[in-house]
Design a protein around this ligand. Structure first.
Ligand code: NAD
Length: 291
């Protein structure tokens, strides 16, 4: 296939490399042209203008820093003209609203549009450890499929162009919960003399319990089973009693209280509303959209 990649930073270069390995005809463009050189050595063609690069290809992969930059590049009159009849695969990270707007702009001009979210770092691109989510018209997914199939596991999550970005934000929210939790744990280990290798070794042993609690929380949110019942694994009261020990260490050892206080506020709001004996899932409405 004739494919171009607009933006050859860390991620764009990884995507272009995979396309070259699959022996597609690949044209590349980057703001700093020298970033294209390693790809040229692998067989890519680097052209000086965005419009010329777009003109070479049927499928256009875009991976720049944000949608503002992508819009600047693709909405320039020459570039917009060159895009007519082609399929754009937008792999720049963005919000669901930006994805829907980009789709509307493309649809008005007869440009196929598929929005994508890369749930992976560049080192996994081209392997089954990379997951890429796509949303938008099925016809755009089908047109782009031969180009994107080798980036990693490709899933078309729906025809609403904003869905891939929405899922991306939800999955990243979960990741940040884990990373900020890990920051808090590292602070506790430092304050209490637990060496980090020991901490790290115990994470996989605790993992089945954490996964079980996470899966249970999602199932209860889905089924609206928020009250405490026979299947409740731990009530809000039980969680908060254990959580209190984190608060104690944070205060005694003078650790930053930002993360712990945020969690404590949520626990206290639920307890004030009478949910002490309810399932942890009774916290779900506290973070949901306000009525
Ligand atoms: P990067 O900084 O390595 O590359 C950024 C790219 O944007 C470069 O090609 C740069 O030239 C281009 N760019 C920035 N400002 C520009 C401008 N004003 N005009 C023209 N081009 C401009 O970043 P990256 O890690 O390759 O990330 C690229 C996109 O991929 C981002 O949207 C990022 O969120 C997304 N992403 C990255 C990862 C990752 O692990 N690196 C994972 C998932 C998604």
């Amino acid at each position: 296939m004739k494919i171009c990649v607009i933006g050859t930073g860390r991620m764009g270069s990884a995507l272009a490399s995979v396309l070259l390995k699959q022996r597609h005809d690949v044209a590349v463009w980057n703001r700093t042209a020298s970033r294209c050189l390693p790809l040229v050595q692998q067989g890519a063609v680097a052209l000086p203008s965005v419009a010329d690069t777009l003109a070479t290809s049927d499928v256009v992969i875009v991976n720049v820093i944000d949608y503002r930059v992508s819009d600047e590049l693709l909405h320039a009159p020459e570039a917009a003209d060159a895009l007519a009849g082609k399929t754009v695969v937008q792999l720049t990270s963005g919000s669901p609203a930006q994805a829907r707007e980009a789709h509307a702009w493309s649809a008005e001009r007869g440009i196929g549009y598929l929005d994508g979210a890369i749930m992976s770092t560049p080192n996994f691109i081209g392997t089954d450890a990379a997951s890429l989510l796509y949303s938008g018209p099925k016809s755009a997914f089908d047109a782009a499929h031969p180009a994107v199939i080798d980036f990693g596991i490709a899933t078309h999550v729906g025809t609403d162009p904003g869905l891939a970005c929405a899922l991306d934000v939800a999955l990243l929210a979960q990741m940040w919960g884990k990373l900020f939790g890990t920051l808090q744990a590292i602070a506790v280990c430092g304050a209490e003399g637990v060496d980090l290798d020991t901490f790290s070794r115990h994470i996989p042993r605790f993992a089945p319990t954490v996964k079980g609690a996470t899966d249970d929380l999602i199932a209860r949110a889905r089924d609206d089973r928020l009250a405490g019942d026979e299947q409740t694994l731990a009530s809000i009261g039980a969680h908060h009693a254990a959580f209190h020990h984190l608060l104690e260490i944070v205060r005694e050892k003078r650790l930053d209280a930002g993360v712990a206080d945020a969690f404590d506020r949520l626990f206290r709001r639920a307890i004030d509303r009478g949910h002490l004996d309810d399932d942890f899932a009774a916290l779900v409405p506290l973070l949901a959209r306000r009525a």
